[in-house]
Design a protein around this ligand. Structure first.
Ligand code: PGA
Length: 315
């Protein structure tokens, strides 16, 4: 039988078996009924015994028919897997990856994207780093393949995968009086002048939430729209702040004092997300898998290493 049966016949048979009807199978396959009947007759002749029987309006499978239906499903599944793996190889040889990252993710996103691009030189990569509002707008319009952010948005339904830790640590200038203290209470920190990120920043929200939970409030002395500006202000002695450990990635040990403060580091995560309805591309899926294999190596190790972040950093 193997030498005579055609894929067309198996396809027709599979459709009849699934839909229990010659008419619906012919509609599904855009064939005329006589073609379907003729191909089924040929298939039956090759097998040498009936595959279906008509019961009222329904077409039921005989025992031989059920066995063939099972074999057909297996053949088609093998072919599907083959087609998918070819597409995957092609997709990774040549394709596009559009990423969008929220501000603070700029400390690690370019490096990871660079490493991925080296592994897949045929892929065109692009990365936009922007604020939360624009990330949400781009997500709503389904513009980019993947989004790297510190908190899956409430406003849009997304599929979000945690890709690495994002500890938030309290920073001061190295000579700051609190730099030598241990277990600094939050109430004490709240008395300090703070340099804060802009309203809407995920980092800022996490800090404010922690203090609010303790019935405390911090009053920003200075509000700055970037982590880099905040670091400059800290070094200029304008106040203390709390930033993602990743914001210290390229700094020398000891350049900042990481305060040993109660309830810090705040343990957050970085997420890779995409809108729930989006079918993500082969390339985006490969990048997501790549991120997951890289996450342990990207654990926060700023200039000061674990000592810089204090206990719990990068765990
Ligand atoms: P952000 O970082 O503070 O730059 O918004 C994102 C986040 O941590 O949620």
């Amino acid at each position: 039988m193997r030498h005579h049966t055609t894929f067309r016949q198996l396809e027709i048979f599979e459709s009849i078996a699934r839909l229990s009807s010659f008419t619906r199978a012919s509609e599904e396959l855009y064939l005329t009924q006589p073609t379907v009947s003729m191909q089924m007759k040929k298939l039956t002749d090759i097998v040498g015994s009936p595959l279906v029987e008509q019961v009222g309006k329904k077409v039921l499978l005989t025992e031989d028919g059920r066995e063939l239906a099972q074999a057909t499903r297996e053949i088609f599944a093998i072919l599907d897997r083959y087609t998918m793996s070819v597409a995957q190889r092609r997709g990774l040889e040549k394709g596009k990856l559009k990423l969008m990252a929220i501000t603070t993710a700029s400390y690690f996103a370019p490096r990871l994207l660079g490493e991925f691009a080296k592994l897949h030189p045929g892929i065109d990569v692009s990365l936009r780093v922007t604020n939360k509002e624009q990330v949400l707008a781009s997500m709503a319009d389904n513009l980019d393949d993947l989004y790297l952010l510190g908190q899956p948005p409430d406003e849009i339904e997304v599929v979000a995968t945690p890709i690495m830790d994002n500890p938030i640590v309290v920073l001061a200038a190295p000579g700051h009086p609190l730099a030598k203290e241990k277990h600094i209470p939050l109430a004490r920190l709240a008395q300090e002048p703070w340099v804060m990120r802009e309203a809407g920043s995920g980092t800022r929200k996490a800090i404010e939430r922690l203090f609010r939970e303790q019935g405390l409030e911090i009053r920003p002395r200075l509000e700055l729209g970037s982590n880099e500006a905040i670091k400059q202000a800290i070094l200029a002695g304008l106040g203390i702040s709390a930033l993602s450990c990743h914001a210290l990635t390229l700094h020398q040990p000891g350049q900042f004092a990481v305060l040993d403060a109660e309830a810090f580091p705040i343990q957050r995560h970085w997420y890779a997300a995409y809108p729930a309805g989006r079918q993500i591309s082969v390339v985006a899926r490969a990048f997501l898998d790549f991120l997951l294999t890289q996450s342990s190596e990207t654990a926060c190790s700023p200039g000061g290493g674990a000592a810089c972040c204090g206990e719990g950093c990068g765990k």
